[in-house]
Design a protein around this ligand. Structure first.
Ligand SMILES: NC(=O)c1ccc[n+]([C@@H]2O[C@H](COP(=O)([O-])OP(=O)(O)OC[C@H]3O[C@@H](n4cnc5c(N)ncnc54)[C@H](OP(=O)(O)O)[C@@H]3O)[C@@H](O)[C@H]2O)c1
Length: 337
């Protein structure tokens, strides 16, 4: 009698659970671990209050928005990027939007390519605040060009900036964190750090390199259970990333930037990142649909993912060659002549 009751309960609860998950997934804009943390986990306002957070690439886009939201949480900030005037603008707005005082926000101009300067910059940050709780490796540039047309020096520049620059800053901060036995190193990778996308061979390689580096660093640090290594993989987010992207030649700017409408608002992306940081989430997938589905396909059914990537990818390449917005291949119906 009991067995029969359990069986019939399972028969209707399992499909209901499955349907509920499917429904949630249709409206999800992050992986389930991160969404669970955003619903049930610690609030960034509580967990990040008073912490010293170093954000690279804080002069625009995701890094700028992270700075504002961190200031709102009461975190003390080290803001880095190359453009000091932009960093000062971000600092002013941080102070306007929070109870932070002038000395709580340090503007620390830094070029990720100038690796010899990173040790000195780290010392300056430590001298100012005494310690660093969180490093957010956010600074970087994308790439928009066909492999056949891209000069090797572009690939070198992308790797030097996105990969070696990030590794260099991390290696300066890490001994300080292992010395204290705690800290958080958060690296903004990308969906292209997990998957492949045409027109981004170098960018994707640099983000894959970061994923490999930090996924291998994490198990090296098991003696430090309070030192968290996190990678963040956003899909398309509103920012200056396409405008600033590398092209086939080192000093050539991008011609077609395209619309930002379809992209995730920067504020939502930053909020989810901070939820992940506050709750020690190790890998964060942040994207609206249908991109989120794409992450799951790449993770669990790669053969199907490759098929779809080829299908959409060829439209993207055609658009690019025709001088159109390459991203419109994913979001709008193609005009046929
Ligand atoms: N937006 C997206 O769709 C998206 C998706 C996935 C991942 N991401 C990642 O998110 C991160 C932030 O990008 P974003 O979208 O916010 O783009 P963004 O608006 O172009 O911001 C890039 C930031 O990186 C800094 N930067 C560039 N070169 C630098 C250098 N040599 N040294 C130091 N800082 C440098 C820029 O500041 P300065 O020019 O002042 O130096 C700027 O603050 C990047 O790592 C990007 O790969 C973005």
């Amino acid at each position: 009698q009991m067995d029969c009751w359990v069986l019939s309960a399972l028969c209707w609860t399992l499909p209901v659970c499955f349907l509920l998950h499917c429904l949630c997934f249709m409206f999800a804009d992050a992986d389930f671990t991160l969404l669970r943390a955003s619903l049930l986990g610690g609030r960034p306002e509580k967990k990040l209050k008073g912490l010293v957070v170093w954000v690279t690439g804080a002069s625009s886009g995701i890094g700028e928005e992270l700075a504002y939201q961190l200031a709102g949480c009461g975190s003390r900030l080290i803001l880095s990027a190359r453009r000091e005037d932009e960093l000062r603008r971000v600092k002013r707005r941080c102070l306007e939007r929070s109870d932070l005082k002038d000395e709580d926000v340090l503007v620390l101009p830094l070029d990720l390519l100038d690796r010899t300067s990173h040790e000195g910059k780290t010392k300056a940050a430590l001298q100012h605040f005494g310690h660093i709780d969180v490093l957010i490796n956010n600074g970087g540039r994308s790439q928009r060009s066909l492999c056949l047309e891209t000069r090797l020096e572009v690939y070198q520049a992308v790797m030097e900036l996105n990969f070696l620059g990030t590794v260099s800053v991390t290696k300066c901060v890490l001994p300080h964190m292992t010395g204290r036995g705690s800290g958080s190193i958060v690296t903004i990778s990308s969906v292209v750090g997990l998957a492949g996308v045409p027109l981004s061979t170098g960018y994707s390689a640099s983000k894959h390199a970061l994923q490999g580096f930090f996924n291998s660093l994490r198990p090296e640090l098991t003696d430090y259970p309070n030192l968290v290594i996190s990678t963040v993989c956003p899909g398309p987010v509103q920012s200056q990333i396409v405008h600033n992207a590398f092209t086939e030649e080192l000093h050539k700017s991008i011609e077609t930037v395209g619309s930002q409408e379809h992209k995730m608002p920067t504020s939502r992306c930053a909020r989810l990142i901070l939820v992940g940081v506050a709750n020690g989430v190790k890998e964060m997938w942040i994207s609206q649909q249908p991109f989120l589905l794409f992450y799951y396909l790449w993770q669990y059914t790669p053969t199907l993912a490759w098929f779809i990537t080829n299908l959409l990818g060829s439209k993207r390449v055609h658009n690019f060659k025709a001088g159109l917005d390459a991203d419109s291949a994913y979001f709008t119906k193609q005009k046929t002549s």
